[in-house]
Design a protein around this ligand. Structure first.
Ligand code: EPU
Length: 336
């Protein structure tokens, strides 16, 4: 394993922020990981997957470890499901493609999400009516403090909306090694998210298949979300906030066009993109930091914005939404 010093992380984060890591190395298996974590036990450790959900605001004064654990293995199969174990370092969208080619269903709605498989349970990635928890069987993670590997079931992960135990109680503690997914052999599609059905009919799709759903999702995503290879970004920068029904009711009377989706517990989830747009930020640009013109929930780096500039813009947005609606937006992206 090669250990590099003071290297730029620009190519390792989809925002394209140019900061340095004091030390940098990659690991391909558990032994290499154990060696690195014990050799650098004294300093902060940051494990990187695709770098698609973080914003660096300063140099990283520790060791950055790039997870390059690969491999996709069919571990079990029954009449309804296949159980597929995937190395954390596999690219998420390539894994989705792999499933489509084999007619394994369940992840088609999650097509084109940037990042690696290991990051998917961290924030319970979700899109177009499906979340990772819906197809999750178990994962293996290395616990740094305990120096052991532990298996986590769906309950152990405490999944919530863009949440898991790995972002809360075990933050910075658990390094995900692989994830096992439970995928359908028998078609069971989810097209509940309005835009999918609309897109499918526009595409003239005659048959509902995992492949046609995947294509529809890819079309919708590419028309609304910037490709990080062309424009630095980390997807939705904020979470969609939930508020009590009574407060929603009041706001809705004043703002009849405000979207809201009822949660199971009776609260209402609002569209942060809508709130931000109403405050006039959509398409705003200051230097190289901006709010994306097609989707206000996404902040972008037009080239050489610093992480601090993007963060400062996000703070201005938080404050203006709070001033207008008394709703405090929470960041989805990890700020480093
Ligand atoms: N909206 C606006 N203005 C905007 C953006 C959105 O008014 O600039 C309104 C739309 O009209 C719509 C509503 O907000 O009524 C929802 O918009 P959209 O369907 O684009 O979804 P979203 O709530 O903005 C969430 C996820 C996305 C995911 C999509 C589709 C979060 C934080 N974001 O976005 O996830 O792809 O739904 O399921 O939950 C991500 O997490 O990085 C991400 C991209």
């Amino acid at each position: 394993m090669q250990i590099q010093q003071n290297i730029s992380l620009k190519q390792f984060n989809t925002f394209g922020i140019d900061v340095n890591a004091r030390y940098f190395s990659a690991f391909k298996n558990e032994d290499e990981l154990r060696e690195l974590t014990s050799a650098y036990a004294q300093m902060p450790i940051l494990v990187l997957g695709g770098g698609s959900n973080l914003l660096f605001t300063k140099d990283y004064e520790g060791i950055v470890l790039k997870n390059e654990m690969k491999g996709i293995t069919l571990v079990k199969e029954d009449a309804h499901y296949v159980y597929v174990k995937v190395g954390a370092g596999e690219n998420w969208h390539q894994f989705v493609q792999y499933c489509l080619q084999r007619n394994w269903q369940g992840v088609e709605n999650l097509s084109l999400i940037p990042g690696n498989v290991g990051a998917s349970p961290m924030q319970n990635i979700g899109a177009y009516g499906v979340e990772i928890k819906d197809v999750f069987e178990e994962l293996e993670a290395y616990l740094i403090n305990d120096n052991c590997v532990r298996v986590f079931s769906v309950n152990d992960c405490a999944f919530g909306y863009r949440e898991s135990i790995f972002k809360t109680k075990l933050k910075g503690q658990a390094i995900i090694l692989n994830v096992t997914f439970r995928l359908n052999k028998i078609p069971k599609y989810n097209v509940s998210y309005g835009a999918i059905e609309e897109e499918l009919s526009q595409m003239g799709a005659k048959e509902l298949t995992a492949k046609s759903i995947s294509l529809a999702v890819m079309n919708i995503r590419s028309s609304r979300l910037p490709n990080p290879l062309r424009l630095g970004n980390a997807g939705s920068f904020f979470k969609n906030p939930s508020i009590p029904f009574e407060k929603y009711d009041e706001l809705k009377k004043l703002n009849p066009s405000m979207p809201g989706y009822k949660n199971e517990n009776g609260s209402v989830k609002l569209a942060a993109g809508w709130l931000i747009e109403q405050c006039g930020w959509k398409g705003f640009r200051k230097g190289d930091a901006g709010c994306y013109a097609q989707q206000a929930l996404v902040l972008v780096n037009y080239g050489s914005a610093s992480g601090k500039e993007i963060y400062d813009l996000s703070e201005e947005i938080v404050q203006s939404v709070f001033k207008k609606y008394s709703i405090l937006l929470e960041r989805e992206v990890n700020i480093m």
